[in-house]
Write a protein that binds this ligand. Structure first.
Ligand SMILES: Nc1ncnc2c1ncn2[C@@H]1O[C@H](COP(=O)(O)OP(=O)(O)OP(=O)(O)O)[C@@H](O)[C@H]1O
Ligand SMILES: [Mg+2]
Length: 253
């Protein structure tokens, strides 16, 4: 961890070192005219280093909204959310975007790629040193079955291929936490499992917070939070299971 983060977050306690993300009574309220809509209601949870967290629930139950809160993309209306002890609400916009850029990887529910860049360029676009990360980007694309499409433009990809390109982009810099919002929604079962295998490999370096509708994907999770109407209805913990990996270790720049 660079000195910049020590300066940013100061001295950390033992407990903070064991917790990456912590939400305490966090709510996200949207205004719908006169009405207050609780997208997330008083959610408390912790994400620990190396943990694979699943978030499930019906459509509209607040899964994406909870991901926005946990990643600092949105600030809670009530309650607090912290990353390594640092409260998002107390951080400036610049500090929060630095955290997201340098520490987090995102796979949004809607795949978002820049249309004027190739797939490979889209994957490396956020890297500080593009040349250094090129080999890893190509390796990730290969792992995701896009090795021969790295030089295509997004308009020449299927929806599922775009989603996989977004997974490669999220994994590129080996971020501390990956937030993935239904990353396998547009994929067949086998391709979806490849994506989850890659995320699973990543958790050695950091944590994964996965929103999914697919019960098969939950076998990867250590802890599963079931949401209903913005509230945690149930928390399920699974014993860690060894999963088989066919691929070779990724190149590290
Ligand atoms: N900008 C907004 N303004 C008002 N209400 C919103 C807004 N965004 C989301 N909501 C509402 O908040 C609730 C939670 O939305 P959210 O997108 O988090 O659900 P979700 O569980 O991710 O659903 P899905 O599975 O369909 O993606 C829904 O009732 C939704 O209509
Ligand atoms: Mg959603």
């Amino acid at each position: 961890m660079g000195t910049r983060y020590w300066r940013l977050f100061g001295r950390r306690s033992m407990m903070e070192r064991d917790v990456l993300i912590e939400a305490q009574g966090a709510s996200l309220v949207y205004r719908d005219g006169e009405r207050a809509v609780y997208a997330v209601r008083e959610v408390s949870l912790r994400v620990r280093p190396g943990e694979f967290v699943g978030i499930v629930g019906p459509s509209g139950s607040g899964k994406s909204s909870l991901l926005y809160l946990l990643s600092g993309l949105k600030l809670p209306t009530h309650g607090t959310v912290r990353y390594r002890g640092r409260c998002y609400t107390e951080a400036s916009d610049a500090e929060r975007s630095a955290m997201r850029r340098e520490r987090f990887g995102f796979v949004f529910q809607q795949p978002y790629l820049l249309g004027y860049l190739t797939v490979l360029e889209n994957v490396v676009v956020g890297a500080p040193d593009v040349r250094r990360y090129r080999e890893r980007a190509l390796w990730l694309l290969e792992q995701l079955g896009l090795g021969d499409k790295a030089h295509r433009y997004p308009s020449a990809l299927s929806g599922g291929e775009r989603q996989r390109a977004c997974v490669a982009r999220a994994l590129l810099m080996e971020p501390e936490v990956i937030f993935a919002d239904e990353p396998t929604a547009a994929l067949d079962q086998q391709t979806g499992q490849h994506v989850l295998d890659l995320l699973e490999q990543h958790r050695g370096n950091g944590a994964v917070v996965l929103v999914t509708h697919d019960p098969l994907m939950l076998r990867y999770c250590d802890t599963v939070y079931r949401l209903r109407s913005g509230q945690v209805e149930a928390v399920e913990s699974a014993p860690a299971k060894p999963l088989e990996h066919a691929s070779t270790p990724p190149p590290t720049p």
